[in-house]
Design a protein. Structure first.
Length: 422
């Protein structure tokens, strides 16, 4: 596809956008701000404001404790069913619970116990570091014979498929990977890598945090065993919103929740002193559902389902291709490096550009140019494209303003030291 850097061309792309009307359904307080956070927090849907007011003022304020029998207790499954439609799973294979890291702990521990005698978990160095921390902790508790094998990427961008093939063997209990890598946006061929794990008798766990809501995911079609993911990125569930976990239907009765708790008990209100796991996926619940946050997640999931994942992916792919074209024309001559896969079918919905002065450039872009990306060490400026509300004009303006930061040396006024949250 041929792109033009002319602003009139950008306007034409936006006029042809089938999803353009969805932008009006988000709170956009500052119309000059280009929001391309990549994508650690999606924008606020207007419907979420209305929904939260209803949950707080009517459901909590009026119904009080009766709210639990008026729908609250079913929120993990109801919202999980909608998330299931976003990840290509059955409604009874996805449930909302806890945070992504907690869900990873639950499922990875359950997988390790389900493969006795196997002492290795395989991952890669593109995986989100928090996932590695969780896996390291699990294996440390399991004993000195257990190993986490971290397969290195050949270039820091692409997933090490050949390396994974060599690492996965008859000692492997679990392969755990991010479907879309948080830095580079590299996206694995999920069926192919899942097959590598299964051929060795291992279970396969995918972290879909940087993919869910941005591209079609087909967990069932790929034969995936387990998956986790957050809801505050492209799902627009709000800061700290609950995560989801997926367990393939035929595995649910074989796996045990290592954090057994009240909500996962078969008959929770019998108050038995002996734990008995609930049937199905509800056994992976532990504590009380976060009613307020889950209500907001439901709004975000509904918007995505209304838009349609195929249309979202088509727009996301076109916008990321446009940004790559602008990089090639406007930014590469200024020292910016493309640190995402050049092939659109192998990347998610964010584009990462590297620069030797990346941190300072990102700060100038945010403070002076009204463009809000994020930064990932050591030199990555990450642009998250959310097709529900980002326009082609956003992409053009971001690239143009980024260029001005460098040619006007605006970044030179900023220190090298990073802030706590980048």
């Amino acid at each position: 596809m041929t792109f033009s850097t002319d602003i009139a061309y950008t306007d034409e792309l936006d006029r042809r956008d089938e999803l353009a009307a969805f932008r009006q359904r988000f709170v956009i307080d500052d119309h000059e701000l280009i929001y391309l956070d990549g994508n650690s927090l999606g924008r606020l849907p207007k419907e979420s404001v209305t929904r939260m007011r209803d949950v707080v003022e009517r459901q909590w304020g009026v119904s009080l404790i009766r709210g639990w029998n008026n729908g609250w207790i079913d929120l993990p499954e109801r919202v999980g069913g909608k998330m299931a439609a976003l990840v290509g799973a059955r409604p009874d294979e996805v449930i909302m619970a806890d945070a992504t890291s907690v869900n990873l702990f639950k499922l990875a521990t359950a997988a390790l116990r389900a493969r006795p005698g196997r002492t290795k978990i395989v991952t890669d160095d593109l995986n989100f570091p928090s996932d590695l921390y969780i896996l390291q902790g699990i294996l440390a508790a399991a004993g000195p014979d257990y190993e986490l094998q971290i397969v290195p990427s050949p270039d820091g961008i692409h997933g090490p498929v050949d390396g994974l093939s060599g690492a996965i063997d008859d000692r492997t209990a679990l392969v755990a990977l991010s479907l879309t890598a948080f830095k580079s946006s590299y996206t694995y061929d999920m069926p192919a890598v899942t097959a590598l794990a299964h051929d060795a008798g291992a279970l396969m766990l995918w972290d879909a945090s940087h993919a869910v809501g941005a591209l079609p995911i087909a967990l069932n079609e790929a034969g995936a065993d387990l998956a986790i993911g957050c809801s505050y990125k492209y799902v627009n569930g709000g800061p700290g919103s609950p995560a989801f976990l997926y367990v393939r239907h035929d595995l649910q009765e074989q796996l045990a929740n290592p954090v057994s708790g009240w909500m996962g008990q078969k008959n929770a209100f019998d108050f038995s002193l002996q734990y008995e796991a609930a049937p199905g996926l509800r056994r992976f619940l532990t504590g009380t559902p976060a009613v307020l946050s889950l209500s907001a997640v439901e709004v975000g999931a509904d918007l995505l389902l209304e838009a349609g994942l195929d249309r979202l992916r088509a727009k996301s792919a076109a916008q990321s291709e446009y940004l790559v074209a602008l990089w090639r024309e406007m930014l590469a001559p200024l020292g910016f490096r493309l640190k995402s896969p050049p092939r659109v079918e192998r990347r998610g919905s964010h584009i990462t550009l590297g620069h030797d002065d990346g941190w300072r450039i990102a700060q100038a872009l945010i403070d002076e140019m009204k463009v809000l990306p994020d930064f990932r060490a050591p030199d990555n400026i990450r642009f998250g494209i959310a097709p529900l509300y980002n326009t082609f004009a956003d992409i053009h303006a971001a690239a143009t303003r980024l260029r001005h930061v460098v040619i006007e040396n605006r970044h030179e006024a900023y220190p090298d030291s990073a802030k706590t949250v980048t």
